[in-house]
Design a protein. Sequence first.
Length: 65
Amino acid sequence: MRDDTVIIMYLKKRAYYVNGEEKQLDAVPYVIDQKTMVPLRFVAEEFGCTVKYNDADNTVYIYTQ
């Protein structure tokens, strides 16, 4: 993981920022039951991780290398 990466997201907005550079999300962050939900794949990949989804058991795997 990169310690120097800063990600800024805003609720209900597709634009987000990585170290000041604007990018676009496929899904917007939102709040449900007083918890903020953000797109996991975007966050993980910005930190250099690989995300895999297993349909058979509805499991998400995040790999750091």
